[in-house]
Design a protein around this ligand. Structure first.
Ligand code: 0L1
Ligand code: MG
Length: 267
């Protein structure tokens, strides 16, 4: 890893166990920097990498990655100014239109995102929008259900990166399209909760173009000594602010050209 890791190995393992416990049992913990104020972004990724290693050792399959905090709306909402990445496993995936349990989540929020499925491997540094588009098999609309494990969704970058960029669940659906068939920059999206519009935006909100967010993700992976294999599912980041959900809520994300994705939440 070429990132600046300052934590001792035993501290990385300790923090990883804290995050894993909070994720598994759905309870909120204080941000990690309360105890380790000098934690760096590299330390956050060291904890996240250890979490990924453990999940894979437990039989979870790595399905892809997500870019987080890639839109102005999200950065303003969360008070940070640098995007981040997190990993996605098969256990986090949920079918379209399904009922998603909130009993095993702390305080879930939903985001509308454009997801990419790759047909060629990508590697950083130097990955560009053009590289991403050439390696993309198809794009599809997705809803991400994020769930910070930090009390009150209050964190800083090292803490949220350690918490796998708040990854919790994800739902792909709608209509898959070839990237070259649509203008990925100007895609409009409307998010509805219980029939009311709670957010709207255009995909350019995601670092100017969602493929730029994927390139950024691949370049961070490069810094972590990882590549993005063909067949990865990659979420490019929330277009609008994240919206809190509770049991009984129905959420529909309507995308121009890509159809809609819906989920409902239960106890
Ligand atoms: O997907 C995201 O943008 C979430 C990144 C982590 C920040 C948050 O919990 O809102
Ligand atoms: Mg997201």
């Amino acid at each position: 890893m070429s990132m600046n890791v300052t934590l001792a190995r035993e501290d990385v393992v300790r923090l990883c166990e804290r995050i894993e416990g909070a994720q598994r049992r759905a309870y909120a913990i204080p941000k990690l920097t309360d105890e380790y104020p000098a934690m760096t972004i590299g330390d956050g990724y060291a904890v996240q990498t250890e979490l990924r290693r453990r999940f894979i050792a437990q039989g979870h399959r790595l399905a892809g990655w997500k870019a987080g905090l890639t839109s102005k709306a999200k950065m303003v909402q969360m008070g940070v100014n640098v995007p981040s990445i997190g990993f996605l496993t098969d256990r986090m995936a949920r079918p379209e239109s399904s009922a998603i349990s909130t009993a095993d989540l702390v305080h879930p929020r939903v985001e509308c995102e454009v997801a990419f499925v790759t047909k060629k491997a990508l590697a950083g540094p130097g990955c560009t929008r053009q590289d991403v588009l050439a390696a993309t098999d198809y794009v599809l609309p997705a809803i991400e259900i994020i769930d910070s494990r930090f009390a009150g969704f209050k964190f800083d970058l090292p803490s949220v990166i350690a918490d796998n960029a708040s990854s919790a669940r994800y739902v792909g659906g709608g209509r898959a399209r070839y990237a070259e068939e649509i203008d990925l920059r100007t895609l409009g999206v409307v998010m509805e909760k219980n029939g009311e519009i709670v957010g709207m935006g255009a995909s350019a909100a995601v670092l100017g173009h969602p493929a730029d967010a994927v390139a950024m993700l691949v370049n961070i992976l490069g810094e972590l000594g990882e590549t993005l294999p063909a067949g990865s599912f990659v979420m490019s980041g929330g277009i609008t602010e994240a919206v809190a959900v509770r049991p009984g809520d129905n959420v529909v994300a309507r995308f121009q050209d890509l159809g809609s994705v819906s989920v409902r939440f239960v106890e």
